[in-house]
Structure formats: C-alpha cells, structure tokens
Design a protein around this ligand. Structure first.
Ligand SMILES: NCc1[nH]cc(CCC(=O)O)c1CC(=O)O
Ligand SMILES: [Mg+2]
Length: 347
C-alpha cells in the first residue's frame, strides 16, 4: 500500500502572523452568499402570506388610508381585481375587512347580520371571479357597532354570551357568502365552539376556523381602526376582552381552549412584539400557527422607510423572516402583494 501523500497546506508565510488558535470559526459559514444560502435555517415563501384587504362601498376607485402608506380601501370591483392579482402571485388567501358606512352602525352591530352587507357581497364577488383563492372573513362586531366595540354592551360592559350568539349568525352568513375560513377576532369566551356548532348545523362542515386565540389589547391596532373607521368612535378600550400584554401563560390557556373548541388554526396578534408567544404556542401545541403583523407594525416600518431612516425593503423581509424563525406557519401582512412580487422576481 502506498503511503498517503501529505495534504497540501498553506505555507507558513501565507498564514496571518497573529492568528488565534480557534477550533471554531462560525464566520466560515458566512464567508460568501452561496455558503450563507447553504446553511440558511428558515425561508419565507409566498405560501406563508395572507393579505388583509379593506373594502368600502362605492362604484369604483380606492381611497388611501393615511396612517398606512401604500394601503387603500377598495371598492368591491377593485377588491376583485386585487384578488385576481393576489391569485396570480400565488398568495394563498386574502382576509376581508369592511369599512361600514357610519349611517349603518348601531349599538348592536345589526348590519353584521345583513346577508347583503359589504363584506358578504365582496366575498361573493371574489369567490365568483377568483375561485382559487382562500377567503378569510373576520368575525367580530366592531366594524358595525356605533361604539366600535367587538361585542354588544350593557352600560360599560361588553356582554359575552349575547355577543357570541350574534357572532354565530355573522359567521354562518359569511360562510354562505363564500368565506372559506372564519376568523373570530372578538375574544369572547366560548365563541369558537358556538361558531363550529353553527357552521356544522348549517352544513358548512369544511369551513375552517382560524381563531384569533391570543389577541392582545394593543396600541398597534391604531391605523387599522382608521382604515375601518372606528378610531374616532371607539368608546374606552378593549382591555376587558383582549389580553394584557404582560401575560404569556394566559396565551397558552386561550389557545388550548380554542383548540379544544374546534379551531383548525390559531393566531397570535400583534406579531413582532409577540414572537415569544408564537414560539411558545408552536412548541406547546404543534398546530398551524399564524401571526398578524398588524397595522401599527406596518405603519412603523413604512413611516421610518418613508423618512429614509431605515431600508424599508430589507426591514420588511427581515420582519417577515423573523415570524418564520419564531415558528409561525404563516403571516397576515399588509406587505403581502409586495413581498409576493419580490419573491416571484427572484424566481
Ligand atoms: N376585531 C377587530 C380587529 N380585527 C383585526 C384587528 C387589527 C388588525 C390590525 O391592526 O392590522 C382588529 C382591531 C381591534 O381589535 O381593534
Ligand atoms: Mg378565548
């Protein structure tokens, strides 16, 4: 057997004079783009995106939401067009949020039970024109109530059980209109079980429920409330039903209950300040887990980028990748079409 010839070595004069004697140099795996791609642990794809869209009454056109640069309220015609664009970009699903004519808002949110309301008509039109895209409808009364709360009130109190019975009817109407996923965002106790039962009784066995399970009473919803027109009218705050930002164990109890009650998927909201919750939920329950990068998070990135203070494109991609790293299976984000286009351009 021939002796192995010695491996080639860099000559000693090539070696840097003062090299440390390190057995581990993590920088080796970062030395070039190809090397970084090779060891990349998480990846954002178009399949991770859900696009929230605001709809408004009207014949045509779009109205900008001042606190959400780049986001418009869309008439149904325009929303159908955007749904077509979303489908052509392979975005799996859109989420619809109505700006209800203030004249139609009342203390019990009765417009939510009108089968011809804005969101039901939008869902119907989109389903007809773009059958391949998933349609998510939010269940909660806030777009319809004169006081801007997610439930009906008795004095200062938000009534739980009375609200739940309305939410069930709202959910069934949305399913009839073509919603593929019902997303209760109201944070009433017991609504998932009641909605599941209502959907099943109406024959909607395949309509999924994505529960806003851990939804916090957050300052980051401000621009959304501008978009749906509840900022000005909201009386008080939502702290008697949305969660305290100080809590984390409580999020696990919320998620456990929603899963027990029949939720198919769960959501954590807001997103970026709550990635620890996403991680705990995913590790504890191992179920489809979504996060909502909410309006205020979007607005912060857009405002800073607009001022030239951060690179908006990079901040957008980094923030979304962070959701994946935290364990999210998908992200509701107002950046969805922009990101999808960017990912597509990359090929
Ligand atoms: N139940 C309403 C609802 N559904 C989604 C959001 C917020 C979304 C966002 O800020 O982007 C809210 C606001 C709220 O609870 O006041
Ligand atoms: Mg709950």
């Amino acid at each position: 057997m021939s002796k192995l010839s010695p491996l080639p070595r860099r000559s000693s004069e090539e070696a840097p004079a003062s090299s440390l004697n390190l057995s581990h140099r993590l920088r080796r795996n970062r030395k070039a783009d190809w090397a970084r791609r090779l060891v990349q642990e998480n990846v954002l794809t178009v399949n991770d995106l859900i696009w929230p869209i605001f709809v408004v009454e009207g014949a045509s056109g779009r109205t900008p939401v001042a606190s959400m640069p780049g986001v418009d309220r869309l008439t149904i015609t325009e929303a159908v067009r955007e749904a077509e664009r979303a489908a052509s970009l392979d975005i799996p699903a859109i989420a619809l949020f109505p700006y209800t004519d203030p004249a139609l808002r009342d203390p019990t949110g009765s417009e939510s039970l009108n089968s011809r309301n804005l969101v039901c008509r939008a869902a119907r039109e989109i389903k007809k024109a773009v059958p391949s895209i998933g349609i998510i409808c939010d269940v909660a009364l806030d777009p319809y109530t004169s006081h801007g709360h997610d439930g009906v009130m008795d004095g200062e109190r938000i009534l739980n059980d009375e609200t739940v019975s309305l939410l069930v009817r709202q959910a069934v109407l949305q399913a009839e209109a073509g919603a593929d996923i019902i997303a209760p965002s109201d944070m009433m106790d017991g609504r998932v079980a009641a909605i599941r039962e209502g959907l099943d009784a109406a024959g909607f066995l395949d309509v999924q429920i994505m529960a806003y399970a851990a939804k916090y009473a957050s300052a980051f919803y401000g621009p959304f409330r501008d978009a749906i027109g509840t900022s000005a009218t909201l009386v008080g705050d939502k702290r008697t039903y949305q969660m305290d930002p100080a809590n984390s164990d409580e999020a696990l109890r919320e998620v456990a209950l929603d899963l027990e009650e029949g939720a198919d998927m769960i959501m954590v909201k807001p997103g970026m300040p709550y990635l620890d919750i996403v991680r705990r939920v995913k590790e504890t329950f191992a179920v489809p887990t979504f996060a909502y990068q909410v309006s205020g998070e979007y607005a912060m990135i857009q405002a800073a980028a607009g001022n030239g203070w951060i690179d908006g494109e990079r901040a957008m991609m980094e923030s979304l990748l962070a959701f994946k790293r935290a364990g999210a299976d998908g992200i509701l984000t107002y950046f969805a079409p922009h990101v999808a286009q960017k990912l597509k351009n990359r090929g």
